[in-house]
Design a protein around this ligand. Sequence first.
Ligand code: NCD
Length: 327
Amino acid sequence: MNEGEGLQLDDEGRLRHFLTIEGLNRQTLLDILDTAESFISIGEREIKKVPLLRGKTVVNLFFEASTRTRTTFEIAAKRLSADVINFNVGISATNKGETLLDTINSLEAMHTDLFIVRHSDSGAAYLIARYLPPHVRIINAGDGRHAHPTQAMLDTFTIRRYKGDFTQLKVAIVGDILHSRVARSLIHALNILGVPEIRVIAPKTLLPTAVEKLGVHTFHDMSQGLEGVDVVVMLRLQRERMHGALIPSAQEYFNLFGLTRDKLAAAKDDVIVMHPGPMNRGLEIDSSIADGPRSVILPQVTNGIAVRMAVMALIMGGQTARNRRPV
Ligand code: NCD
C-alpha cells in the first residue's frame, strides 16, 4: 500500500500525516529522531510541559487494545500542552452499530485538530486521512498487520541512543514477522537509515511470502541468525491474528525461537535486546533476558514519549530540531 506516501506529505515534502514509514526519505526520519532527542530532557524536568500544542485538541481513537502506545501518546500530547480526549471504543456508540466515518464526523464536529488512530483493519488510518479536511491531522498508531510508524521511530531512536550510528549494524528481528506491523515498519526504517544487514529469524509459517523483497536476509535457526548481531528485536506471537496452527506448541516454539541466555551468546557481547511489548515471558523471551543487563525494553517505552512528541510537533507545527526555538 503506497498511497500513504502521497497522502502524508504536503507539496513541499513536509509531513502532514504520519501513516507509514514507506516512501519517507532519510532526512525526514533523522528530523524526527533529532527532534525527539531535544524532547528527552523535558521528561526529566520537574515541570514536564512545553506550550507547543497549547489550544489544540488531540483525540486518541483506539479501536484495539493498547497499553503502552495509547498512554505514551496521551502523555506526549499533554507534555506539549494539548487537550487530550481518550475515545474508548468499548463504551462508544461505534459499539452500537455506528460506522467508523459517522464516529469520525462527530468527533471532527468537536473541532479536533489531530486524531491518533489504532484499528485492526489495515488502511483504517488512511481512510480517515482521505476523508477528513486536510487541516485535521492523522497519526497511525497501528493498522492491522500493515504499519506502526511511531513504533519504528521509537525503536530506531533507541538503537541510535545505544549504538550511535546505523551504518555498521547487524539487526535481527525474531518471531512472528507474518502478523507484525512492528516488523514491517521497522524494516522500512532500518533500510532508509542505512542499516547494512537486517535479518529476520522465524519459522517458515510465520514469514510473509517474498519477505526478502523488503530487504532482509531470512534465517530459520537462532544460532545462525543471531551470530554477531548488535541488536535483537523480539516480537510477540500474535495469536489473536492466527488462524490455524502456525506453531507446533508453545514449548517447542520457545525451544526453537525463544530468546534465552544460551541463544543470545551467539550475538555480540554488547548486543541490545528490544521488544515492543506486550511480552509473552517464557514463550518468545525468557525472563532472565527480558529483565537482564542487555535488555532495553523499558527505555523503549520511555523513549516512545519523546518520539511521539516529536512526530506530533512536526506534523502540527512544522517544528524540527533544526528550526525550533529553545524550549
Ligand atoms: C505492538 C502492536 O500493537 O502492534 N505493540 C505495541 O504497539 N507496543 C506489538 C504487539 O501487539 O505485539
